[in-house]
Ligand binder design. Structure first.
Ligand SMILES: Nc1ncnc2c1ncn2[C@@H]1O[C@H](COP(=O)(O)OP(=O)(O)OP(=O)(O)O)[C@@H](O)[C@H]1O
Ligand SMILES: Cc1cn([C@H]2C[C@H](O)[C@@H](COP(=O)(O)O)O2)c(=O)[nH]c1=O
Length: 218
């Protein structure tokens, strides 16, 4: 990314966060946003499925839509999200933090029995992020976190599901790595959120460059 923010002077950086249910994607995204903003970076936080109409159908329709239909819905929302929200924010020099992206499709759609070839083809034209974070953790720990927090969907249904998800994330990392995606894998089993955050923030700062603005200045 070469675009820079007109106020802070740092580069736009596209960062995606994927990983097992309960590994901490949403929590880490929230902490990263606060951490980077406090350092003077301009951050745009987003999520997939997106907040657009198509995204809402995908997010709230996982019991209605399944398999190839859900895979297509999620991918269509992704391309619309890239065109209308992600690329414009990057062009304005912002750091874009996206909670879930292509890696989630490689895992969740396969858990939904869609062949990987179909998922790969659907996502072949999606932008490669500047940094693709994969959060992993021991399946017993993520299953326990989900049980305490409450399940978000049929993709989070106990220890067996978390174990299957863990294996699919390993395979997905191999595939994306072979496709030259810049991956950063963080195991959150015993890593406190503050440590997870500072680890990722350092990589982002390296990509974005230093902000010029004083964060205390409104
Ligand atoms: N590094 C961490 N160490 C310990 N607990 C964590 C850590 N990160 C997140 N958690 C806790 O794990 C639970 C799940 O976190 P979170 O909702 O962020 O996961 P998620 O990956 O976004 O899940 P989902 O895929 O279901 O949306 C929360 O209760 C959160 O406080
Ligand atoms: C990005 C993406 C999402 N989904 C589905 C799976 C879940 O039901 C929701 C996301 O909810 P969460 O709170 O983030 O767990 O969307 C999908 O099937 N495939 C995808 O690529």
């Amino acid at each position: 990314m070469t675009a820079t923010d007109s106020v802070t002077g740092h580069r736009g950086v596209f960062v995606t966060l994927d990983g097992m249910g309960g590994a901490g994607k949403s929590t880490t995204t929230r902490h990263l946003n606060e951490h980077l903003a406090a350092q003077g970076y301009t951050v745009h936080v987003t999520t997939e499925p997106s907040h657009a109409e198509l995204g809402a159908i995908a997010r709230h329709g996982t019991d209605t839509y399944s398999r190839h239909a859900l895979a297509c819905l999620v991918a269509a929302d992704r391309y619309h999200h890239l065109a209308t929200e992600i690329r414009p924010n990057l062009a304005a020099g912002r750091i874009v933090l996206c909670d879930r992206y292509v890696a989630s499709s490689f895992v969740l759609q396969r858990m939904d029995r869609v062949p990987i070839e179909f998922v790969e083809a659907l996502n072949a034209a999606a932008d490669i992020p500047d940094l693709a974070v994969i959060l992993i953790a021991d399946a017993t720990v993520t299953a326990g976190r989900i049980e305490r927090r409450g399940s978000h969907s049929r993709f989070e249904s106990g220890l067996a599901t978390s174990r299957a998800e863990a294996e699919l994330y390993q395979d997905t990392s191999r595939r994306l790595g072979a496709g030259r995606w810049p991956l950063l894998t963080v195991d959150t089993t015993r890593t406190p959120i503050a440590h997870v955050t500072s680890l990722i923030a350092k990589r982002i700062a390296h990509l974005a460059g230093l902000p010029h603005a004083d964060p205390a200045t409104p």
